[in-house]
Ligand binder design. Structure first.
Ligand code: SAM
Length: 326
């Protein structure tokens, strides 16, 4: 068992089973041993996964282009701020800064404090919501159970308990009403909280969210993710069991875009729709046949084309893009 595994195990021995949200919080963000906070870099070839952000500079040029379009549509306000939530290594924001030097760019990471207050601009994120710790529920007949993490001898195991937690029940009723018997679901209450932070800080502008995800309609009656969407990644391989090796692998849950859209509406964020990443990039690039995102020396051209191909083909259908406007 990993050092972090031992710490979680003794927490369970002392206080009883914990929510998966607690387990995931420790696994990813424990100050010393958490996956995102330990010394080893999780991103890129030597790490565990690639994100869009490693496809630079092309990805950042697309994001900058979208931001510039919105800025113009808004009448080019003199003060315009771009906030990236969960900026990781900050590659995308660096490209945005290069393309739009007069825009204020702020990277918000876990623990960097509140978002700037009352700004005009854009809140952008890539694979931020899927990295937030989630609780897990399972419908058993008509009853909603919560799956906690307990100990099965020395190993971690799932433990179903009847839940009468109003927050979980309301989430399911509103954002996953078609859940069928036996189906599992991740409940991302932290995503709703983050959306509140965003809506509270943004006075006027856009929210651009890129992530893996689904809609309530798609998962109804177990059509997608009957066993939930939790995944663990290590060295570019998907691991079946998300409870093994906490701290040594990434853990993600697909994002419920219906929840972001519906909760967003309550908070004054109008949804302008959900598209695949491929559609989003094509809509941005078709005007000039991708000339500006592929601009570079002859030597760079091949690399830029490969980046574009990965963004469109490899990642183009799996990632979705949600745009909201306030
Ligand atoms: C999967 S990584 C994505 C990083 C980057 N956006 C990319 O595309 O490569 C998720 C990032 O979200 C950050 N994060 C998680 N919870 C956060 C929070 N509450 N506020 C800000 N950042 C957070 C993590 O530290 C991590 O850097």
């Amino acid at each position: 068992m990993t050092r972090l595994g031992e710490l979680i195990r003794s927490e369970i021995q002392r206080g009883g089973p914990v929510s998966f949200e607690r387990f995931m919080e420790r696994a990813l963000y424990h100050p010393e041993h958490g996956y995102y906070l330990r010394d080893k870099d999780p991103f890129g070839k030597q790490g565990d996964f690639f994100t869009n952000s490693q496809m630079q500079p092309v990805f950042g040029r697309f994001i900058a282009r979208q931001i510039e379009q919105w800025r113009r549509e808004m009448g080019s306000p003199p003060e315009f701020t771009v906030v990236e939530l969960g900026a990781g290594r900050g590659e995308t924001l660096a490209e945005v800064k290069k393309a739009l030097p007069d825009v204020e760019c702020i990277a918000v990471e876990r623990g960097t404090g509140p978002l700037p207050g009352g700004f005009t601009g854009v809140v952008y994120s890539n694979e931020f919501f899927d990295a937030l710790p989630v609780r897990v529920v399972e419908k058993r007949g008509a009853i909603l159970t919560e799956l906690l993490v307990g100990l099965d001898e020395e190993r971690f195991g799932w433990l179903a308990v009847d839940t009468h937690d109003a927050a979980l029940e309301q989430y399911v009723d509103r954002y996953a009403p078609g859940l069928s018997g036996g189906q599992r679901l991740e409940v991302n209450l932290q995503a709703l909280h983050e959306l509140e932070r965003i809506a509270g800080a943004l006075e006027r502008g856009y929210v651009l969210t890129i992530d893996y995800g689904y809609t309530a309609e798609e998962i109804a009656a177990g059509r997608r993710f009957p066993q939930g969407s939790l995944m663990a990644y290590q060295s570019h391989q998907a691991l079946e069991d998300v409870l093994t090796e906490p701290g040594e692998c990434d853990i993600t849950a697909h994002v419920n875009f219906t929840a972001l859209e519906e909760r967003g509406r309550d908070l004054g964020l109008d949804s302008l729709g959900l598209r695949t990443q491929a559609r989003f990039l094509l809509d941005l690039g078709e005007g000039d046949q991708f000339a500006s995102v592929l601009a570079g020396s002859e030597v760079e051209a091949l690399q830029l084309r490969l980046q574009l191909k990965s963004l469109l083909i490899g990642m183009g259908e799996t990632f979705r893009v949600l745009v909201q406007r306030k």
